[in-house]
Design a protein around this ligand. Structure first.
Ligand code: PEP
Ligand code: MN
Length: 337
């Protein structure tokens, strides 16, 4: 629920109210504007008689939040969440670009790609070490060794790293080695995994499942936040539609919809949406124009021989060209890359 405080309310009365709400076990999020003071109250408020709060003279109004998602809801927190990953800000006026190979294949491969994406302006290095492959016969990733390679190359170039976690078994390895944990489309509703992610503080990039609604996606973010981890970044990566030309259909409307419904940052993965490298630039520019907080792009120096997703990976030169254009689009929407 949302509690709005009267102008010039007596501070002692406000304190008493907050104390009362805390004693009921609710979490309180404050939001101060120049003229308004609002508290978002989260918890099991279903059985709570919200009218009882009018007994406090400081209370102007109390309303229930109709949506099932609470902590991710913009009604609870009106200002944008900005997540700081080793000095790289995700959210706000900065557009973050994460880039790197689909899969970590060797130290040399990650080293070559990291160097070029950094030169072009990427500030976070991506690379999968545990791969969710459709076929059990396909390359499954280098595992912990892959995380270690990503970590040492990331440190060499001063790039924080992001990698996908698939199960609860490897959480400790990820907390140890990576700066952002990616939860892939296939695991968006792995609730046992989401509950465990609520117990750590490492930022989580939560991809939208390819057959999930925006509300289901936000409820998955709510699982992580309700467990105590507020550092959630949403990532749209295309959904399954009747259209087979592209691997998935990029749902660009998620950007303004998420901006309206939630305070969390939203970034776009044009690579998995398109499935084809020659579409990645257009989708990236459209995402920046739509107001996305960032991009995560697959880049490979020899995509012809990549162990996974070569068809959608940009060569370093194409990535460089994309960054130049993306910077120009960012200026048009008052943002910087
Ligand atoms: C990936 O990022 O390499 C990946 C497998 O992503 P998604 O979960 O979006 O398919
Ligand atoms: Mn991939």
């Amino acid at each position: 629920m949302i509690v709005k405080i009267k102008k010039n309310a007596e501070r002692a009365n406000v304190e008493e109210l907050l104390h009362h709400l805390e004693s009921k076990g609710f979490d309180i999020h404050s939001s101060f504007g120049t003229t308004v003071e609002i508290y978002g109250v989260v918890g099991d408020t279903a059985a709570f008689d919200i009218r009882s709060l009018y007994a406090y003279s400081c209370v102007e109004s109390v309303i229930r939040i109709q949506e099932p998602f609470k902590k991710v809801n913009r009604k609870i927190k009106s200002e944008d969440t900005i997540i700081d990953v080793k000095g790289v800000k995700i959210g706000g006026n900065n557009i973050v670009v994460m880039a790197g190979p689909c899969s970590v294949e060797s130290y040399e491969q990650v080293d070559i790609i990291a160097k070029t994406v950094k030169e072009s302006g990427a500030t976070i290095l991506r690379g999968g070490a545990f791969k969710p492959r459709t076929s059990p016969y396909a390359f499954q990733g280098m595992g912990v060794e892959g995380l270690q390679i990503l970590r040492s190359v990331g440190d060499k170039y001063g790039l924080p790293i992001i990698s996908e976690l698939m199960d609860t078994e490897h959480i400790d390895d990820f907390v140890k080695y990576v700066d952002i944990i990616q939860i892939g489309a296939r695991n968006m509703q792995n609730f046992a995994l989401l509950k465990q992610l609520g117990k750590i503080k490492t930022p989580i990039l939560l991809k939208r499942g390819f057959a999930n609604t925006i509300e289901e996606w936000l409820m998955s973010a709510e699982y992580i936040m309700s467990g105590g981890n507020d550092n959630v970044i949403l990532c749209e990566r295309g959904i399954r539609t009747f259209e087979p030309y592209t691997r998935n259909t990029l749902d660009i409307s998620t950007v303004p919809v998420i901006k309206k419904l939630s305070h969390l940052p939203i970034i776009i993965d044009p690579s998995h949406a398109a499935g084809k490298w020659d579409l990645v630039e257009s989708l990236s520019l459209a995402s920046v124009a739509a107001g996305a907080d960032g991009l995560i792009i697959e880049v490979h120096h020899t995509p012809e021989t990549a162990m996974s997703d070569g068809a959608q990976s940009l060569k370093p030169k194409k990535f460089k060209d994309l960054m130049v254009k993306a910077r120009a689009v960012a200026i048009a929407v008052d943002k910087t890359i």
